[in-house]
Design a protein around this ligand. Structure first.
Ligand SMILES: NC(=O)c1ccc[n+]([C@@H]2O[C@H](COP(=O)([O-])OP(=O)(O)OC[C@H]3O[C@@H](n4cnc5c(N)ncnc54)[C@H](O)[C@@H]3O)[C@@H](O)[C@H]2O)c1
Length: 426
């Protein structure tokens, strides 16, 4: 796409607010429409000064998607991104999708097919690796100072008490909300996703294990979940092994990452996304560190210290935020910028549709492993048109459909009667 103004539509007003705010900071980019059916979200966006009269508001997706846009940002419900991405791609509209790319293996394959058929651009909005700490781990892995990376760990802890209000309040409808049915392994973009990008690797095999506490879940108004914490073990395409949590409901809030290689170990500081500690093996200590063997430091701003920003960008993006654009280190701004640069053919994102689907498949299959005593599953090769075809029948999902029914893949342990509360959805 040339330097003509890029017209963007945002689908979903809650998370979407952050994208609207950040696109507004960029020259040559215009948010033309928001699709949101919840009036409270629209009012909130207006109240915050994010939504103004230059942005058309629709409550109906079909009207919204036809209003004249080059690209859509999917900030709608977690389990419905592939469904709407396919419609947008069919209409030759580029897609930036929030996590997860697709909730079933069937939809993963269909999404890859839709991207290929459309010849349009697709990117997953994987923002964690643009936080200063994880971004620095990426620089370290790339530089080769740790030698071959053979182990990685990622932790994403997000206790229920800090969940968005809509999930905690909101009447009977709230029981249909995806967060009420989310198996822990499914929200893996902030953990395994970040490790994939840091090390530029893909999972090829996964297994999973969960911590079950159904009574606790029920007390926390999560009657359809049984698990509070999960671990996915992934074998990567370079032979490395990673362990990662999903979105764990134990506290306190944390995103933490470690990569270990032949020459040492690099990790972000716990509870501080901005800092990094690198420990070298004795034989690999760089001369400038002397006897110490490690260094602890705060890297420069993630975006400014990455491959997506250079001096000339200052005039195009005069409002570059130093950390107030949503999430740590302004990483929401950087992900929006990456997408714009991708549309302008100035940047190639790590998370194209194939890697995004591999990440979704790791979520789906490690949950299946949890249900099957830790059995290991192969991640489909989504680039292989022939071998991926067999997954077109694999539509098991733990999420309720639009009527609130969820009779497919359980979102809890098979021994726990999660359906006993089903009447609360009515
Ligand atoms: N990357 C991150 O750091 C991050 C942070 C928060 C949320 N997210 C992602 O953003 C997405 C949205 O999550 P959320 O926290 O905003 O909560 P949410 O899922 O409750 O919000 C979705 C919004 O979309 C609207 N919507 C959905 N379908 C619609 C339809 N057919 N027509 C009109 N409006 C519709 C809903 O009314 C709602 O306001 C999820 O995929 C989540 O994973 C990502």
């Amino acid at each position: 796409m040339s330097r003509k103004t890029i017209k963007i539509g945002v689908f979903g007003g809650h998370r979407g607010r952050s994208f609207i705010k950040n696109f507004k900071l960029m020259k040559g980019v215009k948010v033309v429409a928001l699709c949101e059916s919840n009036q409270e979200e629209i009012d909130k966006a207006r109240e915050l000064g994010i939504l103004d009269d230059s942005i058309a508001v629709y409550s109906d997706f079909n009207e919204f998607i036809d209003c004249g846009m080059d690209a859509v940002v999917l900030c709608n419900f977690f389990h419905e991104h592939a469904k709407y991405a396919k419609i947008a791609l069919e209409k030759k509209i580029h897609v930036l999708s929030e996590t997860t790319a697709a909730p079933t293996l069937k939809e993963c394959v269909e999404l890859c097919q839709a991207v290929e058929k459309s010849h349009k651009k697709y990117m997953l909005a994987a923002n964690t690796s643009m936080m200063p700490g994880p971004n620095e781990l990426r620089n370290i892995a790339k530089s080769g100072v740790l030698g071959q990376i053979f182990y990685g760990e990622a932790e994403y802890l997000h206790p229920w008490e800090s969940r968005p209000e809509a999930v905690i309040t909101g009447g009977p409808e709230r029981y249909k909300h995806w967060r009420k049915h989310l198996p822990r392994t499914y929200y893996n973009m902030h953990s395994l996703g970040a490790l994939m990008e840091i090390t530029e690797t893909l999972p090829v095999k996964v297994s999973g294990k969960c911590v079950y506490a159904p009574d606790f879940c029920e007390r926390m108004a999560q009657p359809f979940n049984g698990d509070v914490h999960s671990i996915t073990v992934s074998e990567m395409d370079n032979g490395a092994v990673f362990t990662s949590t999903g979105c764990s409901s134990i506290g306190p809030m944390s995103k933490w990452f470690r990569i270990s290689g032949e020459n040492g170990n690099a990790e972000t500081l716990r509870f501080d996304q901005n800092g990094v500690r690198v420990d070298y093996m004795k034989y690999a200590i760089p001369e400038e560190l002397g006897e110490t063997g490690y260094k602890l430091y705060y890297p420069e701003h993630a975006g400014l210290n990455s491959d997506i920003f250079d001096e000339k960008d200052n005039k195009d993006f005069p409002g570059v935020p130093a950390g107030n654009s949503g999430h740590y280190g302004g990483c929401d701004f950087w992900i929006a910028l990456k997408f714009v640069k991708y549309l302008r053919n100035e940047y190639t994102p790590f998370f194209d549709v194939y890697r995004a689907c591999a990440l979704s498949a790791a979520a789906i299959l490690s949950w299946r492993s949890v249900q099957n005593n830790g059995k290991e599953y192969d991640i489909p090769d989504f680039k292989n048109k022939r071998s991926r075809r067999k997954y077109l029948k694999d539509d098991a999902s733990p999420f309720p459909d639009e009527f609130g029914d969820f009779d497919f893949e359980p979102c809890s342990h098979p021994d726990y009667d999660l359906f006993k509360n089903k009447e609360t959805t009515k």
